[in-house]
Design a protein around this ligand. Structure first.
Ligand SMILES: *C/C=C(C)/C=C/C=C(C)/C=C/C1=C(C)CCCC1(C)C
Length: 212
């Protein structure tokens, strides 16, 4: 909630084309906060894992996080619609089988394998695909820096979820409580730190403009 207020407040200080990026960051943290309120209530009342709420949150926030890659590339004029669609498809392929497996509608291993394929597809696009190439070609140092840091979050920060899934469902080494704490901490980094990187690019780019 606090980061939502921060991102919205900061829209005042950036140029028009960067406002969308900051508003999307605020939406991500806002949607997460609302779902965390639900999840806390479920946990307090039943001591059981609120998997459904977690996935509803992810299905809304992960596509928005992917849109951020598209938006920062668009703000500097190097994005195509294909980038947007490929990242969106990767997200759905990653999350839907994951949910189906965690909720008991799909075999755990099958859900994992398809989900991993979706994640790798996203990584391919942002490192080696059109998005990665577009970011490499940009003249803006701030956008390059933010883009690179954002894709490391998608690599390292996101790896926490499949690791948690393996420990929780495949090897049985993590109990539900541990799994919840791990997912919570991962969300903190992957949503708020990610948003702060966008804020960094947006404010740096806007400042560069006013100085000119
Ligand atoms: C804000 C929430 C975020 C960034 C959630 C990200 C979730 C993932 C990266 C989930 C990944 C999974 C796989 C790669 C394999 C299948 C199981 C999942 C869904 C946990």
């Amino acid at each position: 909630m606090a980061s939502t207020v921060f991102f919205l407040w900061e829209t005042q200080g950036v140029t028009a084309k960067w406002k969308t990026s900051l508003v999307v960051s605020a939406l991500v943290t806002f949607i997460a906060a609302v779902h965390y309120f639900y999840m806390r209530d479920v946990w307090v009342a039943t001591q059981s894992t609120p998997t459904v709420y977690r996935y509803i949150d992810w299905l809304l926030t992960v596509p928005l996080l992917m849109i951020e890659f598209y938006l920062i590339l668009r703000a500097i004029g190097v994005a195509s619609a294909g980038i947007f669609w490929r990242l969106l498809i990767g997200t759905l392929v990653m999350l839907i089988p994951g949910y189906m497996a965690e909720a008991g509608y799909l075999n755990i291993t099958v859900g994992f394998v398809i989900g991993m394929a979706g994640w790798f597809y996203i990584l391919y696009e942002i490192f080696l695909g059109e998005a990665g190439k577009a970011a490499e070609a940009t003249a803006s140092e701030a956008v390059k820096y933010a883009y690179k840091a954002m894709r490391w979050i998608v690599t390292v920060g996101w790896a926490i979820y499949p690791i948690g899934y393996v420990l929780g469902y495949m090897t049985g080494t993590a109990d539900q409580e541990t799994l919840n704490i791990v997912y919570n901490l991962a969300d903190l980094v992957n949503k708020i730190a990610f948003g702060l990187l966008i804020w960094y690019a947006a404010t740096s780019e806007s400042q560069a403009l006013t100085e000119k």
